[in-house]
Design a protein around this ligand. Structure first.
Ligand SMILES: Cc1cc2nc3c(=O)[nH]c(=O)nc-3n(C[C@H](O)[C@H](O)[C@H](O)COP(=O)(O)O)c2cc1C
Length: 321
């Protein structure tokens, strides 16, 4: 059974972005569910072997905190034996196992994973049954609508198969694989999916404000919404959405609040092994939309260590006051 979610707004899995520090911030700000960055089933198996030799568990590789719960782990890869093995490795540590069938990146689709699987009906059926039978925890699915414009309705067939095989929730990002991030997410497709489904549907794509979240819910009837780019450097969005859905209003956050939030993020990163280059990218995102942010970003980019980055971000308080 799916866990209870405290909010209808979820944080999307984002490789290089939804690290444990950002996830924890979004959770504290009211995200109903957070999902790890997608992880290869083969790397999980290889890492677990190494870690076991040192009497350590997969938690050293897939870092998280108990405060993030309910927590979903996202897997990719289509080798059925490896999938079963990886799912069993992660199961004790996570509340939900999510399967990625949306990634458009060629280095993923070329290995018959991510979005490429949408056109492999037989294989996807096997993937779903393998996962559902391998673990007792709920298995969920994240998909794009199709591969090309001509196959943009593939999601309907895949969703029906998924539901029949015991997948418990589906997130739809209604763009095709070839579309990448161009054009708009076609929210009508979320409505169409909701109409043919008997399991919870999560709508995803192009939500950047509380109003967007409510509009998607109203227009599509989706059970939950998932937010990716809109939450980058902006964990406040979850509180704003929750407040807006409850009261019709929400608080605006100041530049100082955003800088404070970055320093909170930075402090949280010290508990995990997060690459410095990723931390710098997060700093860039926290300055998005700040007047003067464009001047700040080259300095962020050229910082060589955490101390330099801290100084640059500290100077921003004065620069923008
Ligand atoms: C930098 C980045 C990394 C992403 N990584 C993943 C991922 O690991 N797994 C996944 O299912 N989707 C991934 N996505 C897609 C998002 O989860 C989401 O479906 C997409 O960005 C659309 O939502 P949005 O308009 O709210 O950003 C990624 C997106 C971005 C921008």
């Amino acid at each position: 059974m799916l866990p209870k979610f405290s909010s209808r707004a979820f944080l999307a899995p984002m490789a290089g972005v939804s690290d444990p520090a950002l996830r924890l911030q979004c959770k504290k700000m009211g995200a109903g569910l957070v999902v790890t960055e997608f992880t290869s089933i083969h790397s999980i198996i290889a890492k677990e072997q190494q870690l076991k030799e040192n009497k350590k568990t997969i938690q050293e590789f897939l870092e998280y905190s108990e405060k993030e719960r309910p927590l979903s782990v996202q897997l990719f890869g289509s080798d059925l034996l490896a999938l079963e093995k990886a799912a069993k490795i992660v199961e004790p540590f996570f509340d939900i196992i999510d399967y990625n069938m949306g990634c458009p990146s060629p280095h993923i689709t070329q290995q018959m994973a991510g979005g490429a699987l949408l056109q492999e009906v037989n294989l996807t059926k096997q993937i779903f049954s393998t996962l559902v039978n391998a673990v007792k925890k709920p298995v969920t699915l994240k998909i794009r609508s199709g591969v090309t414009n001509a196959s943009r309705y593939l999601f309907k067939e895949i969703a029906q198969i998924a539901e029949n095989e015991g997948i418990q929730m589906i997130t739809l990002h209604p763009r095709t694989v070839t579309q990448g991030y161009s054009g708009n997410a076609d929210w009508k497709m979320i409505k169409e999916l909701k109409e043919i489904s008997n399991i919870p549907i999560v709508g995803n794509g192009d939500i950047t404000t509380p109003e967007d979240a409510k509009t998607m819910m109203d227009q599509t009837g989706c059970d939950y919404v998932m937010i990716g780019r809109g939450a980058m450097g902006n964990p406040f969005l979850f509180k704003q959405i929750n407040d807006y859905l409850k009261t019709g209003t929400y608080t605006q956050y100041s530049l100082n609040d955003k800088l404070d939030s970055f320093f909170e993020y930075l402090c949280l990163t010290s508990d995990y092994h997060i690459k410095f280059s990723n931390i710098k990218s997060q700093a860039m995102r926290f300055t998005k939309g700040m007047p003067g942010g464009a001047k700040l970003r080259p300095k962020i980019s050229s910082s060589k260590n955490i101390e330099e980055l801290k100084k640059t971000m500290n100077d921003a308080y004065i620069l923008f006051s």
